[in-house]
Ligand binder design. Structure first.
Ligand code: GUN
Ligand code: FE
Length: 467
């Protein structure tokens, strides 16, 4: 057995499935020196903690005892965000997608040609996202190679787990913000992959490159072909893109690719739809596309805040879940106006209620379609579901021996100073109310309630890190 670095004792929330959350008010959880979970003992009376440690052979381990109103849970997985759009957060929300890209987004992203601006901006963006509780993040950068390397370096240094994508885009954007050719785009992508592959192997591939064809509209067929070839050369290379977000976008895509049966078929034609593809939005999919995505085992990043904010629509995620399609949550900053997955959780709940209210009674055979999402389902989407979407569920997303300790220490006590959570009594008996605490955190909490953010056992953010 490897050396135990730390043992936590207290309330642990552990997502298991879309409908089942393990609630462990008196759990002992041991983290090894490599930042991996060594063991969990589910229910230990406080008088028996020392005895349990002796039995596990680690009587001298440092024990961190959680207080009433504190809990440990797996860190959030943000399956879709745009780091360079953070300066635009909360602006330009009068537009729908294609106008918003032209008037708001491309002008901001073009500024990342300036590496000093990129460094300054990305530094604050990454730490802010970490403090929101995102332990794994799928980042889009811009089309610029140098700025994308800077983002990867900052993320690497921060300790966060992440995928970094340099946008591939060689058409349908302004001359000054478009790649010169498919060859140049693929060459820069390879250069970013090589740069990231040079990080020390001791980091267990914590930071990885991800192929990022921005969306079909941005990519010529030769570029998609080149990216498909690159993807085929490395089956472990993740791919992220946008799909079926906006009706105007879908119509334009069909015009650009008249030989493809649907939007999803464009990506499939070029070998970009597979088990480690992350598809953002997926709001207006046709039945054949849903079947294709299921057949390829691609995952969907549900970005409800963005979908409301850009008036894109409401994604029927319940239908996807009924079919067994992998779904995670994304903030999609700055289409979405919050960098926090908590906000995505809240709007995913509202989105599911909008669908349920619009529909006639759900069919008795559906577990999720046309129903509101439960707290367990929302928690799953924010953690293990997101891990499945980025093909990391063997390593993160829940607590189990052998998995990385990627975790949040949550504090819903009055002393968290979040007035939205006023009234949570620190002396209450947590055992009876752990689900209630979790629900209040998910719906009323914010970064003031996240005192520790751990990736691979290392504290990298949260209020205790900032002190
Ligand atoms: N489709 C293509 N680019 C983007 C983007 O930056 N944000 C969103 N929400 N959709 C996109
Ligand atoms: Fe996006």
């Amino acid at each position: 057995m490897s050396i135990i670095m730390r043992v936590y004792y207290g309330a642990v929330v552990n997502p298991q499935t879309l409908t089942d959350t393990q609630l462990l008010p008196r759990c002992l959880l041991a983290v090894g020196a490599a930042g991996t979970i060594e063991w969990l003992v589910e229910d230990v009376e406080s008088a028996l903690v020392q005895q349990a440690l002796v039995e596990k052979g680690c009587a001298d381990a440092e024990v961190v005892e959680l207080r009433h109103g504190e809990l440990l849970m797996p860190g959030f997985v943000d399956t879709h965000t745009h780091a360079p759009q953070k300066p635009n957060i909360g602006s330009g929300q009068q537009y729908e997608l294609l106008d918003w890209l032209e008037h708001v987004t491309f002008p901001m992203e073009a500024k990342f040609a300036d590496v000093d601006f990129a460094r300054r901006t990305y530094k604050s963006v990454v730490q802010r996202i970490i403090n929101c509780g995102t332990t794994t993040c799928c980042y889009y950068a811009t089309l610029h190679l140098e700025a994308s390397k800077i983002l990867a370096d900052i993320v690497h240094e921060s300790g966060q787990r992440a995928f970094i994508g340099k946008c591939n885009m060689d058409r349908n954007s302004p001359d000054h913000y478009r790649e010169a050719s498919p060859e140049a785009s693929v060459a820069d992508t390879k250069a970013l992959i090589a740069h990231i592959a040079n990080y020390p192997s001791s980091d267990l591939q914590r930071v990885r490159a991800i192929l990022t064809p921005r969306f079909a509209i941005s990519c010529t067929p030769p570029l998609l072909f080149g990216l498909g070839k690159l993807a085929a050369s490395d089956p472990s290379l993740r791919i992220q893109t946008h799909i079926s977000e906006n009706r105007g976008e879908i119509a334009f895509t069909k015009e650009l690719f008249p030989d493809c049966a649907s939007y999803a078929h464009v990506y499939d034609k070029f070998g970009l739809l597979r088990g480690n593809t992350v598809l953002a939005h997926a709001i207006h999919l046709e039945p054949a596309e849903v079947e294709l995505i299921k057949a390829r085992n691609a995952g969907i990043s549900h970005c409800p805040t963005s979908n409301f904010n850009l008036s894109s629509g409401v994604a029927p995620v319940g239908e996807y879940l009924d079919k067994g399609i992998k779904v995670g949550l994304g903030t999609d900053v700055s289409g979405g106006f919050s960098p926090s997955i908590l906000n995505a959780v809240q709007n995913a709940s509202i989105a599911s209620k909008v669908i349920a209210m619009r529909s006639t009674a759900p069919s008795s055979s559906s577990l999720f379609a046309n129903r509101q999402l439960s707290v367990s389902t929302l928690l799953f989407l924010a953690t293990l579901g997101g891990a499945q979407v980025c093909a990391l569920d063997a390593h993160i997303g829940s607590f189990a021996p052998g998995k990385a300790f990627d975790a949040l220490l949550v504090n819903v006590r009055n002393d968290s100073a979040n007035p939205n959570l006023w009234g949570v009594d620190p002396d209450m008996e947590v055992r009876d109310n752990l689900m209630g605490l979790l629900e209040r955190f998910l719906f009323c909490g914010d970064d003031r309630n996240i005192s520790g953010v751990f990736v691979q056992g290392r504290l990298i953010g949260g209020t205790s890190f900032r002190k």
